[in-house]
Design a protein around this ligand. Structure first.
Ligand code: GLA
Ligand code: ZN
Length: 671
């Protein structure tokens, strides 16, 4: 199953009319019509209304909300509402409250805080999902199911400890296998009974917080267990929904690059992916783009939904800058450019009280339609309406892949040595950014992905190499492609046990290098890399070429003159190895050289503020998105004759093509 079929990009977002008296609903719908809003995500936090007591269900409010939506010709993404507990449930079953990393059993409060192993939570949540599905499966407004909300967080309670032991028993079968995987003879940890195993927390294997563990193997398994425990909650709800409603697509809203959950383990179970985009402050545009491409990669390149973004500002940060005029439109079209088939907000109307009352909303507290934010939302609504279905279902024809691997992310960041300062997302982003700014479309894929259609495969900090990945990467190079691996790749197996071969382990034959030593330094220390006229920091692996040729070298210290970047001819192609954290200009040079070899540099790669992205519509139309991230106009020369779907304007190849400040064009290419 895929995302719901719609005649245009679903536009709207989280809507909580249950917080308001009915006359406000009239205003809401009048304003929605004005802004061309056709999709409402409802019921995300309604559990204490729909089940006010253990044996009392009350769907009056939801009935009215859905009926009103249907009467207004709007469609509903219906949440099961199981992410925020009703107070009575936490009081009656204290074990539904999570136990934190320090071992403190929490009491009732907040949201996103249930114990995933608690039968009381699962039974009640599943019962709620079943009732909702039974009641609304055939409702004319129903477009999609939205299970729970932003699953995440970890529990360390006794129920989770028991569930973890069962999960381990299932995974390893025997204690011998487990002891070997975790290398427990180190520090006298050989387990003789599954009952002896404790979740890795501040009370057990950890010190200085969740990233400092005595045993990487157990901590990695707890990440995986938590991923699966929360996934089981999702699956239990999905199963009862399916029993009543075989047809409506089901999703849950993810959070992009969210470390605690391995979304690749979830992906097969979603009908379509959706996610909430709140980029970090001052993030370059390639940061949300990377998250979009990661989300598109979950379902093998199928379009995803942008389930939430703020129309103006967040509230949860220390400072919450406004989206400048035009930035919302640009961010929305950026999402569409990367594969979003829906554009939804959090939130439709600002809540009056509690911690999100200052969070941006389509409709503010005064309920006006003449605010800047409302006008921008409404203008965008009209544009999306006019765009119709032109982009829906379109796929990205990427010839470059970047391997993104949660296991490697975890392993890298819970490792003692070589460096606590290397951050997975930062290195991944540097390579992604280099490729994107050179104009290449990039698929961000799991390490199990089929790589046969790619010319270039980027493998940044792939700490753990699992399964047959090394052979598949060799296959890419053998048939003429290029693989780029970096420092701290190929260090451990799936349990983070070191390979008993030369570094980079299974990647050594492909990369043609051998690494015996590595120097890890304070961030203030920089190595000059003369050939690239740039710097490198944090980790300096000392490379002995074993078939590879040096491309760039270290400028100083006892390893001065040894390779920092190498290239190895392999079959009809090449494998590059970057042995250090090059500054962005260094990464850019390496990646551009490789892309150039495969003619993958985009037509506007010389315009640093212009982002391009390609999608191929189901009818074969090639769409080129141009996004100007600068507050000044961008003056380009059209590389192809095309019609801009947003303006209807035709530009001939070779003619000037100007993008407004923060402007967007969606070119339907004719030549
Ligand atoms: C998340 C949640 C929403 C809301 C927004 C605020 O994405 O899903 O309920 O809290 O953040 O940014
Ligand atoms: Zn628990």
């Amino acid at each position: 199953m895929t995302a719901p079929r719609t005649p245009r990009i679903p536009y709207g977002g989280d809507y909580n009319p249950e917080q308001w008296p009915q006359p406000v609903w009239d205003d809401d719908h009048r304003l929605f019509t004005q802004a061309r809003i056709d999709t409402l995500t409802v019921g995300v936090f309604t559990w204490s209304l729909t089940q006010p007591a253990p044996d009392t269900y009350d769907f009056t409010a939801l009935d009215r909300i859905l009926d009103r939506a249907a009467a207004e010709n709007r469609q509903v993404c219906l949440a099961t509402g199981t992410a925020a507990l009703p107070p009575w449930l936490a009081r009656r079953h204290p074990e539904v409250n999570r136990t934190d990393f320090e071992g403190r059993r929490h009491r009732y409060g907040q949201r996103h805080n249930f114990c995933p192993s608690s039968p009381a939570y699962r039974d009640h949540a599943t019962a709620m999902a079943a009732r909702l599905a039974e009641r609304y499966a055939d409702h004319p407004a129903l477009l999609a199911w939205h299970i729970n909300n932003e699953y995440g967080g970890v529990c360390y309670c006794d129920l989770c400890a028991e569930a973890f032991r069962a999960w381990l028993q299932d995974k390893y079968g025997s204690l011998d296998t487990l002891n070997d995987a975790w290398w427990t003879t180190f520090w006298s940890h050989r387990y003789t009974d599954f009952g002896e195993i404790e979740p890795p927390s501040a009370l057990t294997e950890h010190w200085r917080g969740p990233d400092h563990t005595a045993f990487q193997g157990i901590t990695l398994d707890y990440f995986r267990f938590t991923t699966d425990a929360l996934l089981d909650c999702f699956l239990a709800e999905k199963e009862v929904i399916r029993a009543h409603d075989p047809d409506t697509p089901v999703t849950t809203n993810f959070m992009g690059m969210f470390r605690p959950l391995d979304y690749h383990r979830w992906a097969p179970h979603l009908d379509f992916a959706s996610w909430d985009s709140y980029p970090p402050l001052d993030a370059p545009p390639t940061w949300p783009a990377l998250a979009h491409d990661l989300m598109r990669g979950l379902k093998d390149g199928a379009p995803f939904w942008l389930m939430e973004q703020t129309p103006s500002t967040t509230a949860c940060r220390d400072v919450n800058p406004l989206r400048r005029p035009g930035e919302l439109r640009l961010a929305t079209f950026q999402a569409v450019a990367h594969g979003a088939d829906a554009a939804l907000y959090f939130q439709m109307r600002a809540s009056r009280g509690a911690c999100e009352k200052y969070h941006g909303a389509v409709i503010g507290h005064a309920g006006r339609d003449d605010t800047r934010v409302f006008r921008e939302v409404a203008d965008l609504g009209r544009e999306l309406e006019a765009l119709g279905d032109a982009t829906l279902g379109a796929r990205t024809p990427a010839r470059t892949a970047l391997i993104f691997d949660w296991d490697s992310w975890w392993a890298l960041e819970i490792s003692d040595g070589p460096s606590r300062l290397v951050k997975y997302q930062e290195v991944v982003h540097a390579y992604y950014r280099a490729a994107r700014e050179a104009g290449a479309d990039v698929d961000v894929v799991p390490q199990t992905a089929d790589l046969t259609s790619y010319d270039v495969v980027l493998v940044p900090v792939l700490h753990l190499v699992k399964g047959d990945l090394a052979e598949r990467l060799e296959g890419v190079a053998a048939r003429g492609g290029t693989v780029v691996a970096t420092f701290l790749s190929g260090r451990g197996d799936e349990h983070d046990r070191a390979f008993l071969t030369d570094v980079p382990g299974p990647l050594a034959p492909l990369t043609g290098v051998r690494v015996d030593e590595w120097d890890s330094r304070q961030p203030e220390f920089a190595q000059h890399i003369p050939e690239l006229e740039t710097e490198a920091r944090l980790v300096f692996e000392i490379v002995q070429p074993r078939g590879a040729e040096p491309i760039a070298t270290y400028g100083s210290d006892f390893y001065a003159g040894t390779p920092a970047v190498t290239r190895h001819a392999y079959g009809d192609g090449e494998a590059w190895y970057v042995a250090t954290a090059l500054a962005q200009p260094g990464v850019d040079q390496v990646v551009r050289r490789i892309l150039a070899r495969h003619e993958l540099i985009g037509p506007y790669a010389d315009h640093p503020t212009v982002e391009t992205a390609t999608r191929i519509a189901p009818d074969g139309t090639r769409l080129l998105f141009l996004l100007n991230h600068a507050p000044e106009p961008a003056r380009l020369t059209a590389h192809s004759t095309a019609i801009d779907l947003l303006t209807g304007k035709r530009t001939e190849e070779g003619e000037p093509l100007t993008l407004d400040p923060l402007g967007v064009a969606i070119l339907s290419l004719l030549s």
